[in-house]
Design a protein around this ligand. Structure first.
Ligand code: ATP
Ligand code: MG
Length: 554
């Protein structure tokens, strides 16, 4: 297998090594904290491999925690999909799945503790006013007129919020920190807001919901997380993370560390924007094989080890960068080149009649992998009628064309040499049938008279081949950074999907999406896990045999 065997090293692992060496911690405990507001994407895979990978390599623990403080945008479909994706990537969380909502009662108690310490107050300015009062990066903010309320009044008003006696937007709880802080996040951040929303875990118990910054650090502390790893946009929030934990009565003091998020060319990396692609029907769903979601990659034929290898190759740093799509594709290509059985499929078929073939069928054998005899051989029926690829025949061609030309010979993969004799055409001049002869002396050997036949083409028997649909994918976007455009529609590639109908050899009757195949000369494919039935097989092209990005961008 191609997955790198070396243990990764990065700045976070160096910090952990040091913490363990100095006895700061005896066991590492990380967490992966997705918000269940969409399906996971390849960026999340980077975070999963980092957090779960650390737990695995250091014999520590990694929690799966749903950061579920936005009930309107979250649901159980996303919760289930996220669990499936983490498992599929090969990781197991410690104990039960955790939810931030498990801690709503404790979070509420900590909020009261802050109020009692004079460190939080109930705000009644509107959202707009709060924004105006907050100031800018160059100007300090102003104090809200409600900032100096008494502790008792704040306690009473917060209780009123909890009981649903304030309408949404009419009151919120804010931390009392520093309206002049150079870090905007420290200018009296909102801790709680009113939302009359049904929650997928807590139902209608609450109508006040804690904000991310308040929830996250406390959840980490409750779970005994040692290293809380997140992406760089939370760098400033670390101040609030530490402030909150320092000001409540909680033992554990997790540390937050930030790394740069994965950006990938020609795709989007945000659940909100991916959701838009789904709801506006630019794709067939979250698992459309063109999506950068883990479920999309799975349906496309990516293997868990190829995704992990990708995360290993890109590494973990603090430098913002954008990875080329070819880097992801080369991981799955390397994996499948090594591990995928070979098979033959004709995607755009034209019929060939082999005139001197007598008998019904001859069973030939073909290796499943050219360099791996241990992968075995399979039977390939050879018959008097076969399909070949339309583009593999020309009536006339120059010497560079190493396929079948009228009057000339070519080798059929795993079979005989054939010679093109004549063809039938329809009224539009398209070839409908090609008539050939075959040389029965050429199975597995060159012609004895020394004729040189260079080209090799693939084929499928007409009588035993199975009908199949082939879905060939291209980038969903025409531009390297679609996130920079306001309008999705102007960046969408109208040719991101091509559907062809042809034939595959009979051995593929039981093909599944977990098993990738190399269709000789045509690329790597897997059976579609949703639309494939035995009477109508559907194959997704995972990736071509060679990198085509260099060519496209030139
Ligand atoms: P999105 O904008 O896609 O919803 P998010 O950061 O809001 O991303 P979360 O569900 O909060 O999504 O993410 C869970 C974890 O995955 C977080 O720790 C987050 O930092 C990490 N993560 C999200 N996107 C990326 C990315 N592109 N690269 C690396 N890690 C990421
Ligand atoms: Mg988010």
């Amino acid at each position: 297998m191609s997955e790198s065997q070396t243990r990764p090293s990065n700045f976070i692992r160096q910090i952990i090594d040091k913490d363990l060496a100095q006895g700061v911690h005896t066991q590492v405990h990380t967490r992966f904290p997705p918000e269940p507001n969409g399906y996971l994407h390849i960026g999340h895979a980077k975070s999963i491999c980092l957090n779960f990978g650390i737990a695995k390599d250091y014999q520590g623990l990694c929690n799966l925690r749903f950061d579920d403080t936005n009930p309107e945008k979250e649901n159980m479909e996303y919760v289930e999909a996220i669990k499936e994706d983490v498992h599929w990537l090969g990781f197991q969380w410690a104990g039960e799945v955790c939810y931030s909502s498990d801690y709503f009662a404790r979070l509420h108690a900590y909020a009261i503790e802050l109020i009692e310490k004079g460190l939080a107050y109930v705000e009644e300015l509107s959202a707009d006013e709060i924004r105006q009062y907050r100031g800018t990066l160059t100007q300090p903010g102003q104090h809200s007129p409600y900032r100096t309320r008494s502790i008792d009044e704040n306690l009473a008003l917060f209780e009123k919020m909890r009981k649903g006696e304030f309408a949404e937007g009419k009151a919120c709880l804010r931390a009392k920190i520093d309206m002049a802080s150079p870090f905007m996040v420290m200018r009296d951040p909102v801790l709680y807001r009113v939302r009359f929303a049904h929650h997928h875990q807590t139902g209608d118990t609450w109508c006040i919901y804690p904000m991310y910054d308040f929830t996250h650090c406390i959840s980490d502390a409750i779970e005994g997380i040692t290293h809380s790893i997140c992406t760089l946009e939370f760098q400033d929030n670390r101040r609030l993370y530490d402030w909150t934990l320092e000001n409540i009565s909680i033992e554990c003091q997790p540390r937050q560390y930030e790394f740069s998020r994965l950006n990938l060319e020609y795709t989007l990396m945000s659940k909100r924007k991916l959701n838009q692609l789904v709801t506006e029907k630019w794709v067939s769903g979250w698992d459309d094989p063109r999506m950068p979601t883990i479920s999309g990659l799975r349906r496309r034929g990516y293997t868990p080890s190829a995704v992990r290898e990708f995360c290993h190759r890109i590494g973990v740093t603090k430098q913002e960068n954008t990875i080329e799509m070819s880097a992801l594709e080369s991981c799955i290509r390397d994996d499948l080149n090594e591990n995928a059985p070979r098979a033959m499929a004709v995607l755009d078929p034209v019929k060939v009649v082999i005139e001197n073939f007598n008998g019904e069928m001859e069973m030939l054998s073909a290796p499943n992998h050219p360099n791996k005899p241990e992968m075995g051989i399979r039977s390939v029926p050879f018959t008097g009628e076969i399909w070949i690829e339309r583009e593999d025949f020309r009536e006339e061609a120059n010497k560079k064309y190493k396929r079948l030309v009228m009057g000339k010979e070519v080798r059929l993969r795993n079979a005989y040499i054939i010679k093109a004799l004549r063809c039938d055409k329809d009224v539009d001049g398209n070839i409908t049938t090609l008539y050939c002869s075959y040389d029965p002396q050429t199975l597995g050997k060159d012609p004895e008279d020394g004729r040189k036949v260079k080209g090799v083409i693939h084929w499928v028997s007409v009588s035993s081949g199975l009908e199949a649909e082939f879905r060939l994918y291209n980038s969903l976007f025409l531009v390297p950074n679609p996130a920079a455009s306001e309008e999705i529609s102007s960046t969408i590639n109208p040719d991101s999907l091509t559907v062809l109908r042809g034939f595959v050899e009979a051995s593929l009757i039981s093909a599944s999406c977990e098993q990738g195949y190399q269709f000789e000369r045509m690329g790597y494919f897997c059976a579609d896990n949703k639309d494939s039935q035995t009477d109508a097989l559907v194959f997704n092209r995972t990736v071509g045999l060679r990198d085509t990005w260099a060519k496209t961008e030139a």
